[in-house]
Design a protein around this ligand. Structure first.
Ligand code: NAD
Ligand code: DAU
Length: 343
């Protein structure tokens, strides 16, 4: 591993991966290719400010010219770049397919041309769809149920097809819900933490009994580094935290950690097609020797503390960014009118 391309490296997970890669491999050259959409943030990459072995390229993974420039000389590629928010995909999905399918195609074409040694496509557990009992294994059928997960499913299978058709050394990973520092405050954990800090309502969808399996972002980054060394091309690996929590319990935990009242909770109109539960079997990656280091209670309390101590990072997004305000109004204003607190 000499030069690593991290696409989407200004986002939540990609930046965590890049920072961890630098800590564990000081000698490696890191190139980040990122379009800096609303979710991309150069503040996530501040540790690289004076790093001579770091290069940032602003560009679109669906643009072959930008991709050729960024991938030059790289032996390893990890594709984190994506449109990632389910709620946004439900309101407008076109650009999800531009990035999450066409963008993956452009990256794969260039990787095939240059002959990279590893290409990791960061997929998601959402490609399986919901599961009411049991756990999904890597060979289970895919059944995405919202536009975001359908687009990710396209990228997931496209990446596999480059292995099957051309021998491009692709590994596909499917992780569960990540949480941790630098998480954009549209996703439930950072949204609820920052709303609660400001005594704003927490809009809980539906009956609040949907279940997610929470994976600390550092554990996800560690798993990806582990798979670079131990994963087998052509294979898919689930990465889960083993922390299934109902949304209502998650919300109560956050409020307790912040010493805020449950009267901040508002039960609001559900997300259309809201997947009830995700759960992954991680037997395959565990058999190779990886397991998560974080317990959920510890990880969540550290995360809450990080948001309390790093208002410099999230306040400009929530209060200064008109795009964020417009999104919040569009997704929540009607929902919050007349919504009630369950307590
Ligand atoms: P994020 O929204 O925080 O970051 C996405 C990054 O991609 C941003 O920096 C954005 O600017 C960049 N980007 C978007 N479109 C681009 C384009 N066309 N060209 C170049 N850059 C572009 O997302 P995240 O939560 O860090 O997720 C990273 C990856 O992990 C995604 O592929 C996502 O599907 C996958 N994933 C996320 C989770 C999760 O819980 N967050 C779980 C499993 C898988
Ligand atoms: O499972 C992996 C996926 O996890 C990733 O592929 C996605 O990129 C990532 O965004 C995440 O998707 P979710 O839809 O599960 O995450 P989100 O934080 O949007 O929602 C988590 C749960 O919280 C879900 O059941 C919906 C609920 N929710 C979410 C929001 C934003 C609420 O009740 N209220 C909210 O305001």
């Amino acid at each position: 591993m000499k030069r690593v391309l991290v696409t989407g490296g200004a986002g939540f997970i990609g930046s965590c991966f890049a920072r961890r890669l630098r800590r564990e491999h000081p000698e490696v050259e890191i190139v980040v290719l990122d379009l800096l959409t609303y979710a991309g943030n150069l503040n996530n990459l501040r540790v690289f400010d004076a790093d001579p072995r770091f290069r940032f390229v602003k560009g679109d993974i669906a643009d072959p010219v930008a991709v050729k420039d960024a991938m030059e000389g790289c032996d390893v590629v990890l594709n984190f770049a994506a449109e990632t928010h389910v709620d946004r995909s439900l309101l407008s999905a076109g650009h999800f397919f531009d990035t999450d399918v066409k963008g993956v195609f452009v990256l794969l074409e260039e990787a095939r041309r240059t002959g990279v040694e590893r290409f990791i496509q960061i997929s998601t557990d959402e490609v399986y769809g919901q599961i009411l009992e049991g756990e999904f294994s890597e060979n289970d059928p895919l059944n995405p149920r919202n536009p975001y997960s359908a687009a990710k499913c396209g990228g997931d299978r496209l990446a596999y097809s480059f292995w099957a058709s051309y021998g491009t050394p692709v590994i596909v990973t499917r992780a569960s819900n990540n949480y941790g520092p630098y998480h954009y405050p549209e996703k439930v954990i950072p949204l609820f933490i920052t709303n609660a800090i400001d005594n704003e309502p927490l809009p809980l969808y539906g009956d609040g009994r949907n279940v997610r399996d929470w994976l600390h972002v550092e554990d996800h980054a560690a798993a990806l580094l582990f798979l670079l060394e131990n994963g087998v091309p052509g294979e898919t690996y689930n990465i889960g935290g083993g922390n299934e929590v109902e949304n209502i319990d998650l919300t109560r935990k956050i409020l307790r950690l912040l010493d805020k009242p449950e009267t901040l909770i508002r039960k609001v109109t559900d997300r259309p097609g809201h997947d009830r539960r995700y759960a992954l079997s991680t037997a395959k990656i565990r058999a190779l020797g990886w397991g998560p280091a974080y317990g959920f209670e510890e990880g969540l309390s550290e995360t809450v503390r990080w948001y309390q101590e790093n208002e410099w990072w999230w306040r400009p997004i929530k209060q200064g960014d008109l795009q964020y305000k417009a999104w919040y109004e569009k997704n929540y204003a009607d929902r919050l009118k007349g919504a009630t607190s369950p307590s």
